[in-house]
Design a protein around this ligand. Structure first.
Ligand SMILES: Cc1cc2nc3c(=O)[nH]c(=O)nc-3n(C[C@H](O)[C@H](O)[C@H](O)COP(=O)(O)OP(=O)(O)OC[C@H]3O[C@@H](n4cnc5c(N)ncnc54)[C@H](O)[C@@H]3O)c2cc1C
Length: 312
């Protein structure tokens, strides 16, 4: 890496990549430091909302996402006992957006698309295996310290953007508080290849199913259907991932004559927190480093991308 670049971004997640692309297109030299040795392939966000698709369209990204995604014009609200309660059709807002639908497309597809687009800009770079560790600033510049397998490095830039996720080292290095709370339950996600709308005719491709304790968010992603539901805090990972336990929950939510062919399963805690400030001089936060929320409704990545677009 050159030892002077205009902007350093910590983190090549969805937010860091979007900010990097906007800056690169504006002719600004930008380096994204990513602690991992490649883009994260983790299955997390999978919903893009209409305003986000409009924003990414301006960058030439949306058509590439649509090629790899699934257009979902309607969302449903159901009651677990009583069935369909309401259905909302995004066609009703087609006078306000070029993309009157939710696009189901995994976030790793977005980062891969942008990483490929960034290769066209000689003044833009993603530096893998580069872990941000600290930063100090003057009125005119920021000095960024990071670690690589070859040892400690430093670089000077005009601005540093912390897009390094909810455990942001940029935020911690600047001693910015991250106040809020942890929800008193854990969330499990389970992906299955079965077409759930054939098992439960009429089931929406984005569906929120209400129940006091066994509620569920169901999403049809391009290659699978994903159930998300709560379990008590005290449940261990082993118990949560037990085949029979998961099977009984899925059967309760969408009764099927056969066993589900469960593929991926994840378990995580849920937080609602916000940084006390998004900016300290020449150091700024965007995305999960600045705010985290309940993933229901798919606002985390979308809100982070909106941060990034506004910031860049
Ligand atoms: C199961 C699940 C489902 C979700 N579904 C949705 C959804 O449908 N829609 C939605 O909008 N949101 C959803 N979210 C939330 C969404 O995944 C996050 O809001 C989003 O990933 C935030 O993007 P980010 O770029 O800010 O951070 P991240 O995606 O966390 O990316 C941060 C990047 O920084 C890197 N990094 C970390 N530390 C350092 C360091 N010290 N130095 C350099 N690099 C570093 C990481 O390796 C990573 O690549 C979901 C979350 C979960 C867990």
């Amino acid at each position: 890496m050159t030892n002077k670049t205009q902007i350093i971004i910590a983190g090549a997640g969805p937010v860091g990549c979007v900010v990097g692309l906007i800056l690169a297109r504006a002719g600004i030299s930008v380096t994204i430091l990513e602690s991992e040795n490649d883009l994260i392939p983790e299955l997390r966000a999978s919903t893009f909302h209409p305003p986000t698709l409009d924003m990414l369209d301006d960058l030439g990204v949306t058509p590439k996402l649509i090629d790899q995604g699934l257009i979902t014009p309607k969302i449903q609200y159901r009651d677990l006992e009583d069935g369909l309660v309401a259905e909302f059709d995004h066609a009703l807002i087609d006078d306000r957006t070029k993309h009157p639908y939710r696009l189901q497309c995994e976030q790793f597809k977005l980062t891969r698309i942008i990483a490929e687009m960034l290769k066209e800009f000689p003044h833009a770079e993603i530096s893998f295996d580069s872990k941000f560790v600290d930063a100090s600033q003057t009125d005119n510049a920021v000095r960024v310290f990071y670690e690589t397998p070859a040892g400690s490095e430093q670089v000077t830039c005009d601005y540093l953007i912390g897009a390094d996720g909810s455990r942001s080292e940029v935020r911690k290095s600047q001693k910015i508080e991250f106040q809020g709370f942890t929800y008193p339950e854990q969330f499990v996600t389970v992906s299955v290849p079965e077409d759930v709308d054939k098992i439960v005719p009429g089931m929406g491709h984005v569906c929120y199913i209400a129940h006091p304790t066994q509620w569920c968010a169901l999403i049809h992603a391009p290659d699978y259907w994903r159930f998300l539901f709560p379990i008590p805090m005290e449940t261990t990972k082993e118990e949560a991932f037990d085949d029979d336990f998961l099977e009984s929950r899925l059967q309760h939510l969408a009764p099927h004559q056969e066993r589900y062919a469960i593929q991926l399963r994840t378990l995580y805690g849920v937080n609602q927190r916000v940084a006390e400030t998004y900016r300290l001089g020449r150091i700024l936060l965007a995305g999960d480093s600045a705010h985290v929320n309940n993933p229901l409704g798919g606002m985390g990545m979308n809100g982070g991308i909106h941060d990034g677009v506004n910031l860049a």
